[in-house]
Design a binder for this molecule. Structure first.
Ligand code: ATP
Ligand code: MG
Ligand code: MG
Ligand code: MG
Length: 587
């Protein structure tokens, strides 16, 4: 049935809502798609709900297509399972907690790993029951510190979350790959320009994790990618050195295993060649000498530790630069004897100023999560006195050793050695995650294997921000006068506007518009029909532009000449067509 604007639960607003930061959000409110109920909490009005349902339908189709089964868990959840995985505590202030009348603790689910794990444990017990993928499309609750831009970061929001259960690691790989492929289809169908980036593994551990980021200047995530398209990562995950074993003195153990992500002397040399070409025109090599290298570590508690590596000499240039960043005390207080006495030297972590193999451990020292959880500055000069080295200058390291957003710079070498990185902003639309056995272990989810032996199940978890997708699409599909929905998610295919004043005076116009609406519907199209009386044509046109349905059919005065007008909302192109061919022209 067509949505008739004469009775539709809709009021468009001429004024921008005061609390809306972003243009798409303003338009969603003004055009009557959503209304704010509380900060970060929104009511879906009829038009908005149709868009939401279309996004859901696309997600549902692609989940069903990989054999995932839909179910729905409650949003109101007991504390115990979240206690068992430590997330009751780990989530901190981000979780909505509440109590029942007897004082029992509950939470509103922020994500449902625990519940799915327990459900599978309840019902299944054999390797023959697996693999299994389950999903739901449901409201999630997170007490976000800064609910932003309406639906983009809600405190109540709609997420599709799915979970895979496998016996073997290869099984998990396959389930993950199937979800990844489904996500590619989902985000293609939703029309996003997106990148798939390496993501941080997060607090619960696990191995592989990728995010689907819609490329957008308003995004809260920063990602990097190289030109060749061989590397893309959230900046939170650009460098993820393995946590190094730390001995009692707080220094890293002498021997560390190489991982692909561990920055090495090659990374440093590549950075020098990319950022600091030598004056003599030849390339830097690992055996080149650096003079006056000064390293300042900033510990998590804020204490600064100046270290020098290299031949002490004229430090004026570097000292000036360092003073600007760390204050004069640390630099001027630094003496050669301090360097000589530094435990790092005794341990062999630092030595004379050669970028040789021994430097490797220094770089690792800087990146070691337990030590360099604050910042590290490195600065130095080549033999011509030219400032050269700022590989980790001024960059912040998180507790798990990754470089923080805003600290990775355009032009940094790509960790895969393929060219340099460029930074851009994105909106996290989806996140896929190989959880491994952490949740199954915590909640004791085991099945019998082929030999009758109990084995722990390995899991994946996969999320799509469904309500966030509506907001992100809106932000990406608008102009000065309103929204311009892509066909895949538009609340209706055609907006029929009858411009007559009322049915008594303009009976023909309304009758023809009724007829066209019915014909379009019979042809399988969804129609929003502006059949309001006593509303001026100008107001109706403005509303149609604001609401943003892709095709607008105007039945008005020109009906006398046997024509109606068809307008393309996005391009603004209008053309008159013979009324008899209206249906063909729209289809
Ligand atoms: P963000 O980094 O934006 O806070 P997240 O990493 O905390 O997101 P996940 O736990 O990975 O989110 O949840 C899966 C998906 O749910 C996200 O990729 C995102 O699309 C969506 N999502 C997460 N938080 C919100 C929110 N507050 N409002 C709307 N959608 C959200
Ligand atoms: Mg979050
Ligand atoms: Mg995130
Ligand atoms: Mg995420």
């Amino acid at each position: 049935m067509a949505m008739r604007m004469s009775s539709l639960f809709l009021r468009t607003l001429r004024e921008d809502p005061a609390d809306a930061e972003l243009p798409g959000h303003r338009l969603l409110v003004r055009a009557g798609y959503v209304r704010r109920a509380a900060p970060g909490i929104y009511t879906w009005l009829p038009l908005g709900l149709r868009v939401l349902r279309k996004v859901e339908a696309i997600v549902r189709e692609e989940m069903d297509a990989i054999g995932a089964q839909e179910l729905t868990f409650p949003a109101l959840l007991p504390r115990e399972p979240y206690e068992a995985t430590n997330r009751w505590t780990e989530y901190g202030d981000n979780i909505f907690r509440l109590q029942d009348r007897k004082g029992g603790d509950y939470l509103l689910g922020p994500t449902h790993e625990e519940m799915f794990t327990l459900a599978v444990k309840d019902m299944f017990g054999s390797y023959k029951d697996l693999p299994l993928s389950l999903y739901q499309i449901q409201n999630k609750y997170r007490d976000e510190a800064r609910p932003r831009a309406g639906l983009l970061r809600g405190r109540e929001f709609v997420m599709k979350d799915s979970y895979s259960f496998d016996v073997s690691d290869e099984g998990l790989q396959a389930s993950y790959a199937a979800h990844r492929a489904a996500y590619v289809k989902i985000f293609d169908r939703l029309g996003f320009e997106y990148v798939i980036v390496k993501a941080q593994s997060g607090a619960m551990g696990g191995s592989a994790s990728e995010e689907f980021l819609a490329v957008s200047a308003i995004g809260e995530d920063t990602f990097v990618r190289n030109d060749a398209g061989t590397y893309a990562a959230n900046v939170e995950a650009v460098v993820v050195p393995q946590a190094e074993p730390v001995d009692a003195s707080g220094l890293p153990a002498a021997h560390v295993e190489d991982t692909p992500d561990t920055p090495t002397i090659e990374t440093l040399v590549a950075s020098l060649n990319a950022n600091h070409p030598r004056q003599d025109g030849r390339e830097w090599t690992a055996s080149d000498t650096l003079k006056n290298v000064i390293v300042v570590l900033v510990h998590p508690d804020g204490t600064r530790e100046p270290l020098a590596i290299g031949v002490p000499g004229d430090r004026e240039v570097d000292a000036k630069r360092l003073e600007a960043q760390v204050g004069p005390a640390e630099v001027t207080a630094f003496e050669e004897k301090d360097f000589a006495a530094h435990p790092m030297l005794a341990k062999g972590y630092i030595g004379p100023g050669v970028l040789g193999e021994e430097r490797e451990s220094k770089i690792r020292y800087l990146l070691d999560p337990s030590i360099a959880a604050g910042s590290a500055w490195v600065t130095g000069a080549d033999e011509h006195g030219k400032h050269v080295l700022d590989l980790v200058l001024g960059r912040d390291f998180t507790a798990d050793g990754t470089i923080q957003a805003a600290e990775v710079r355009d032009g940094d070498p790509s960790p895969d050695g393929n060219g340099v990185l460029h930074t851009a902003r994105g909106i996290e639309m989806g996140h896929i995650f190989q959880l491994g056995r952490k949740f199954a272990e915590a909640l004791d989810l085991k099945v019998l294997d082929e030999n009758g032996k109990l084995v722990t199940v390995t899991m994946g978890s996969y999320g799509v921000g469904v309500s966030r997708a509506v907001a992100a699409i809106a932000e990406d599909n608008l102009d000065d006068i309103g929204l311009c929905w892509p066909r895949a998610v538009t609340p209706a295919d055609v907006h029929v506007v009858a411009t007559g004043k009322n049915r008594d005076r303009d009976g023909d116009v309304f009758a023809k518009a009724d007829e066209i609406t019915a014909a379009l519907e019979a042809a399988g199209l969804e129609v929003l029909y502006d059949d309001r009386e006593k509303v001026s044509p100008g107001v109706k046109f403005k509303d149609s532009e604001l609401i943003g349905i892709p095709t607008i059919v105007i039945v008005g005065k020109s009906l006398e000449n046997g024509v109606i007008e068809i307008k393309d909302r996005r391009s603004g192109e209008r053309r008159e067509v013979a009324v008899d061919s209206a249906l063909d022209e729209v289809l």
